[in-house]
Design a protein around this ligand. Structure first.
Ligand code: HSE
Length: 410
């Protein structure tokens, strides 16, 4: 018998319990032994819960029970989850998690603690929910040098942008809709400001390049300043705006990493990923482009990835290849020096604005767009570093042009 403890009985935790308890026969076939949930740890009361007899409030019950082989940490955050994860690993139990914040900040020390105790710390569900991406990147693409990762890593913001594009909603209206449907949190800051996507691109970059990248090293911009006019001009340029987590190897050996809204050409498959779905594109030197697509959040999709990791920890003839990275000097380059083309959106007398822009930016590509007011305009710049772009935009503003937004082209 293999006993599992699920710590945190919220959306993901309850999905994990449901899958394990309703797929016992399948799990036995895959692990070679009967698998069951022995404990659910949560401080809340759950009246009439079908698994109520398993609920305990005290984590030390799990910690001190030698029968528990694997602990699922589904608490989230970095406080209690960190403490319980350390205690479980130190007690010789595997830990499986969907907690991207904990992995992004503390993975290296948790990998070391796991190794020291001859157990595993696994985190497939921490990026892309149910989409297989961590293990495929680490194992199936092992023959590649990965040079770029580019992903739609947050379902809430992708839903909001999709509704702004397809239903012409304002940002506020699309956010309200996402909250009403239960996609966005009541406090959606981590989603709309890009922090959730940042944690995920840090995990993917650390995995791809082998050295820990911390969230503080990433340039983050959310989607709160995207206006319907940005969407309209992007469409006129045959592009769609998406929030992307990007990590790219540069010629100097370091990486460019950011979370930002980008204009994506409609010819790129990432532009077609709509609603709460996530997609991750990985470029390897041998495989070329490879794309992973699916549900990036939700009870059963996320639990699907968690339970796959649980199965891996319990296999009798287990696959003990560790998926991990190490700490080291920062591999992140100054992203203000990396060149992009930009869409600059202006308001006012557009002919005068374009004339002033041409003087300052050199050649520009004006975007004709019939679905906005005659006072709205936008143009595309040549490739330029962000610091140069910001400096030139400042000069354009000083020349009397009202600049409403500037967005990178992928
Ligand atoms: N808030 C996240 C999202 C949940 O919207 O994608 C999954 O990490």
């Amino acid at each position: 018998m293999a006993a599992v403890a699920v710590v945190g009985y919220g959306t993901v935790g309850s999905g994990v319990v449901e899958i394990i308890e309703t797929h016992r026969e399948m799990l036995q076939k895959k692990t070679g032994k009967p698998v069951y949930v022995k404990y659910i740890v949560d401080i809340r009361d759950f009246e009439n819960d079908p698994y109520g007899d398993k609920i305990v409030k005290d984590f030390s019950v799990v910690e001190n029970d030698p029968e528990v082989e694997t602990v699922v940490e589904a608490i989230g955050g970095r406080r209690v989850a960190y403490e319980f994860t350390r205690r479980a690993l130190a007690a010789g139990k595997n830990v499986v998690t969907s907690n991207k914040e904990l992995v992004a900040y503390h993975a290296v020390e948790l990998f070391e603690l796991a190794k020291a105790n001859n157990v595993r710390y696994m985190f497939e569900a921490s990026v892309g929910g149910g989409i297989p991406v961590i293990r495929p990147m680490s194992q199936c693409l092992a023959a590649n040098e990965i040079t770029e990762i580019c992903g739609i890593l947050n379902g809430t913001t992708n839903y909001i942008l999709t509704r702004m594009i397809t239903a012409s909603l304002s940002f506020d209206a699309a956010l309200k809709e996402a909250q009403a449907l239960g996609y966005a949190e009541a406090d959606p800051a981590a989603d709309i400001l890009g922090h959730d996507a940042c944690r995920k691109i840090c995990i993917l970059a650390s995995l791809a390049f082998g050295t820990q990248v911390l969230p503080e090293e990433v340039k983050i911009e959310g989607i709160t300043n995207i206006a319907p006019e940005d969407i309209a001009f992007a469409a006129a340029k045959d592009c769609r705006i998406k929030l992307l987590g990007r990590a790219k190897k540069l010629e100097n050996g370091k990486i460019y990493i950011s979370v930002s809204p980008f204009l994506i050409p409609t010819s790129c498959p990432l532009s077609t990923i709509d609603g709460v779905f996530n997609g991750v594109m990985v470029h390897g030197d041998s495989v070329d482009d490879c794309m992973f697509y699916g549900r990036g959040a939700g009870k059963l999709p996320t639990a699907s990835a968690v339970v796959a990791d649980v199965i891996d920890t319990l296999r009798t003839c287990g696959d003990d290849r560790r998926i991990e990275w190490t700490a080291g000097d920062s591999i992140v380059s100054d992203c203000r020096k990396v060149a992009h083309r930009y869409m600059v959106r202006v308001n006012g007398n557009t002919d005068a604005a374009y004339a002033a822009a041409e003087k300052l930016f050199g050649e520009i590509e004006v975007i004709p767009c019939s679905s906005v007011s005659i006072f709205d305009g936008a143009f595309i710049t040549a490739e330029m570093a962000e610091e140069k772009l910001l400096d030139t935009v400042e000069k354009l503003t000083a020349a009397g042009v009202e600049v409403k937004n500037q967005l990178m082209l992928m």
